[in-house]
Design a protein around this ligand. Structure first.
Ligand SMILES: [Fe+2]
Length: 283
């Protein structure tokens, strides 16, 4: 069956695709169709997928090299390319990251010099309600900004902090992990490595300061932008079904998660897709 878009998720971004079977064989034509839909729609939904780990890894690898996440304590024991996002405890130890609380808006790995270009996140075990994942279209949010704000942001850079995110939403990193994830600067507006589209590259969870602005002006601008980017017209909220997989463009969308009842289990499996070396550094 040919890959096709069956539904747009919002007016500006997101599409549900049919004709994809992650557990089966995806030929070169199907992968090419997904690749171009990914660039065009920024967020793809595949329903009723097998969440077999070897298949998730094989499929994800078609789109780039896979990263072994810095939080090695939450990787799949059989496939280290897969990160568990879960509140499940086994043998007295949490198997996944981010448990059951709210997870604030963030770009995955904005704190790394060569951040992932995308992720594939699949729902394996779900609570009866809660745990929705929301995405914001940061290209649409940038395009709609008033011209004077765009010119203020031109050429600016901002500090991105994984530590700030962990303090608010996660558990502390080890000393070794801290050494691998120091605060870094990134461009505040980035150019998409494939489409050339400009997008706001900041997020409430990790962006702490605009470089070259005084503290107060930086805070005011960030607060304005944080509010602006999550206006309803830029946001899609996904209510998960078991077997759903979402693949997002991590160069022009950010995401967050709702909390859910800690009395229920939730297990999501994620692969992290790296950019090709020639477009690895955000500009
Ligand atoms: Fe994330």
């Amino acid at each position: 069956m040919a890959v096709s878009v069956t539904r747009r998720l919002t007016a500006t971004f997101g599409a549900e695709l049919s004709g994809i079977d992650i557990g089966g064989h995806a030929d070169a034509e199907a992968i090419q169709a997904v690749q171009s839909a990914w660039s065009e729609h920024k967020l793809l939904l595949f329903r009723e997928q097998s969440t077999d780990e070897a298949a998730l890894v094989d499929f994800s690898r078609k789109f780039g090299e896979l990263e072994i996440h810095v939080r090695t304590e939450y990787l799949s024991p059989d496939h280290p390319e897969i990160l568990y996002v879960s509140n499940i405890t086994r043998d007295g130890r949490r198997i996944g990251i981010l448990a059951d609380t709210e997870v604030g808006w963030h770009y995955d790995q904005i704190y790394l010099p060569r951040p992932a270009v995308g992720s594939l996140l699949c729902a394996v075990i779900l609570p009866p309600s809660g745990g929705n994942t929301e995405f914001a279209d940061m290209a649409a949010a940038y395009a709609a900004l008033p011209a004077d704000i765009k010119s203020t942001l031109a050429g600016k850079r901002a500090i991105q902090s994984y530590e700030a995110f962990n303090r608010a939403y996660s558990v502390p990193t080890s000393e070794e992990q801290k050494r691998r994830t120091p605060d870094i600067e990134q461009p505040l507006v980035r150019t998409h490595p494939v489409t050339g589209t400009r997008a706001l590259y900041l997020c409430p969870g990790m962006t702490t300061r605009i470089v070259g602005m005084d503290e107060r002006a930086s805070r005011e601008m960030l607060d304005f932008l944080f509010e602006w980017t999550v206006r309803p017209e830029f946001v899609y909220s996904h209510t998960w079904r078991q077997g759903d997989c979402l693949m997002w463009d991590n160069a022009c969308t950010m995401h967050r998660r709702d909390p859910f009842d800690q009395g229920h289990q939730r297990l999501m499996k994620r692969t992290t897709i790296l950019p090709s070396p020639d477009v690895a550094v955000p500009v």
